[in-house]
Design a protein around this ligand. Structure first.
Ligand SMILES: [Zn+2]
Length: 166
């Protein structure tokens, strides 16, 4: 586990738990158990999304984080986005980390690490998880993105248990 993990406020933890609740909703809709939301500094939810990566309704680029980030970027200025946080039930993949970077969102808080997720999904054809921490993606950018996580991994893993084995 990472050493100097900043402590989340009660509201921030509540927002992270909300993404886990939304990931259960995604699963109930027949989608993959992932969800994300973008909130401003006051903890107001700006946008939220569940996974929608399955055609024909969705497509493989419709990861929850990418959709939530894109929706936020349609309503907020770059200055406002810089003060927003993307909360997500699982660490953003490199595509979604790219979306956070390009929308200018300033911070990411995630529950399940990509490494732990990889252990849960294995090489499942619908979700062949990358082994690439989002911090490594952000480290190559020209703009700083703060990252907090992993957190409450047991809670975030629950919707995935048994899902990828069927
Ligand atoms: Zn992704």
């Amino acid at each position: 586990m990472t050493a100097e993990q900043p402590k989340l406020s009660a509201r921030e933890l509540e927002l992270l738990r909300e993404t886990i609740r939304l990931s259960e909703e995604s699963k109930a809709r027949g989608r993959h158990p992932f969800a994300a939301l973008v909130a401003d500094e006051q903890g107001n939810i700006v946008s939220q999304a569940g996974n929608n990566s399955m055609p024909p309704e969705g497509d493989p680029t419709q990861h929850a984080e990418l959709v939530a980030a894109a929706l936020a970027a349609r309503t907020l200025s770059p200055e406002a986005l810089a003060h927003c946080t993307l909360y997500t039930s699982a660490e953003p993949c490199c595509m979604c980390a790219g979306a956070v970077y390009w929308t200018g969102i300033g911070r990411v808080v995630y529950a399940l690490s990509e490494h732990t997720l990889l252990g849960l999904t294995g090489d499942h054809p619908e979700n062949p998880t990358f082994s690439l921490p989002c911090r490594e993606v952000f480290a190559r950018g020209q703009r700083r993105v703060e990252v907090v996580g992993p957190l409450i991994e047991d809670e975030a893993a629950a919707p995935h248990r048994g899902f990828w084995q069927s």
